[in-house]
Design a protein. Structure first.
Length: 155
C-alpha cells in the first residue's frame, strides 16, 4: 500500500471488511481515479455554512432570505417565507438569466405551483425545489463546476 495517502485507508479497510483483502490493488486504482479537493470560491460567492434560520456566504452570516449567484449576492430579496411566494419574487432572478434556479423552501421540501414560476418557465430557466440545506449543498457543487446557477434561499 505504499504510495497511497492516509485518507484512502478507510476505503482499504472497508474493502478488507467485505473480504477483498487479497485485492488491495483495486483500492489503489480507485484512489487514483478520485479527485478530492476543497471547494474554494475563487472570487465567487460560496456557501460556507448553513443551519436553522441562517446561511453563511463567504463566511458572512445571513438570517434572512437571499438570492445567490456565483458573481452576485442579493440580500434584499422580498420573499420571506414559502406561503407568501408570488410570481414577482422571481422577477429579479429571471432578469439575471441563470441556467437553473435552486429554490430552498426552508426546513421542509415543498413544491411551488407552476403559475408562481411561470416567468422562469417562459424564459427557459429550470427551477428545482428542495429544502434549503439541500439547495445550499447543490449550489456549491454546481457553482464549482462553473455553472450559472442561482440559489433562492428562504430562511
Amino acid at each position: 500500500m505504499s504510495g497511497m495517502p492516509r485518507f484512502a485507508l478507510p476505503l482499504v479497510k472497508l474493502m478488507q471488511y467485505h473480504h477483498y483483502k487479497s485485492n488491495q490493488r483495486i483500492a489503489l486504482y480507485l484512489y487514483r481515479l478520485m479527485k478530492l479537493h476543497l471547494t474554494t470560491s475563487e472570487g465567487n460567492y460560496l456557501i460556507t455554512g448553513y443551519g436553522d434560520n441562517w446561511v453563511e456566504i463567504n463566511k458572512t452570516r445571513y438570517q434572512h432570505s437571499i438570492i445567490l449567484l456565483p458573481d452576485r449576492l442579493i440580500t434584499d430579496w422580498l420573499a420571506t417565507d414559502f406561503e407568501t411566494l408570488v410570481p414577482a419574487h422571481f422577477q429579479p432572478i429571471a432578469e439575471m438569466q441563470p441556467e437553473v434556479v435552486l429554490l430552498g423552501t426552508g426546513a421542509k421540501h415543498r413544491f411551488i405551483h407552476p403559475r408562481i414560476s411561470q416567468l422562469l418557465i417562459e424564459k427557459g430557466i429550470s427551477l428545482e425545489c428542495m429544502d434549503t440545506a439541500a439547495a445550499c449543498r447543490t449550489y456549491n457543487i454546481l457553482m464549482s463546476e462553473g455553472r450559472l446557477v442561482a440559489a433562492a434561499l428562504l430562511i
